[in-house]
Design a protein around this ligand. Structure first.
Ligand SMILES: [Fe+2]
Ligand SMILES: [Fe+2]
Length: 157
């Protein structure tokens, strides 16, 4: 099946670690799309959604701590965008628990649109700032990136 969300180099910030994390998020959205399309059932869709929510928190925490460390001026607005999305996902998880909602293609399209807009807008802005402050494009290290590729396989399975 064709992937719902194809990674494109336009989405790259040029900071390898962050780009790898964004690819994991894209991969999880594609996993969720396949699970819905294949009618694999609500339990499996829910477990992918929960993994996506968990990885999103980890990713946001990485971005926010880098912004703090590097003194990014727009840190607070960026953090609020993250918080708003997490709030929406938590609401959705609660509605799913209460049987008041279902995981749908509409949800997927919302998440895809949110992620695309956020990366191309807000993330690109800090990306330019980080690179201008001398963060290594290949941070943290070449070896760690190899490790990451292994775990990316795990996440995208
Ligand atoms: Fe972000
Ligand atoms: Fe991001």
């Amino acid at each position: 099946m064709e992937a719902m969300f194809t990674w494109s180099d336009d989405l790259g910030l040029g900071i390898q670690e962050i780009d790898e994390q964004h690819k994991v998020l894209v991969g999880l959205l594609n996993d969720l799309h396949s699970a819905i399309s294949d009618h694999r059932g609500s339990a499996e869709c829910r477990s992918i959604l929960d993994r996506l929510a968990e990885y999103t928190r980890v990713h946001f925490a990485v971005e926010e701590s880098l912004m703090r460390i590097l003194g990014y001026p727009d840190h607070e607005n960026h953090r609020q965008e993250h918080e708003a999305l997490i709030g929406q996902v938590v609401d959705l998880q609660q509605k799913l628990d209460a049987g008041q909602s279902a995981i749908s293609f509409e949800l997927l399209h919302f998440l895809k649109a949110w992620l695309t807009k956020h990366i191309l807008g807000s993330d690109k802005l800090y990306g330019g700032y980080f690179l201008s402050r001398g963060i290594e494009a290949r941070w943290p290290t070449q070896e760690a990136t190899v490790e990451k590729k292994r775990s990316w396989k795990f996440w995208s399975r």
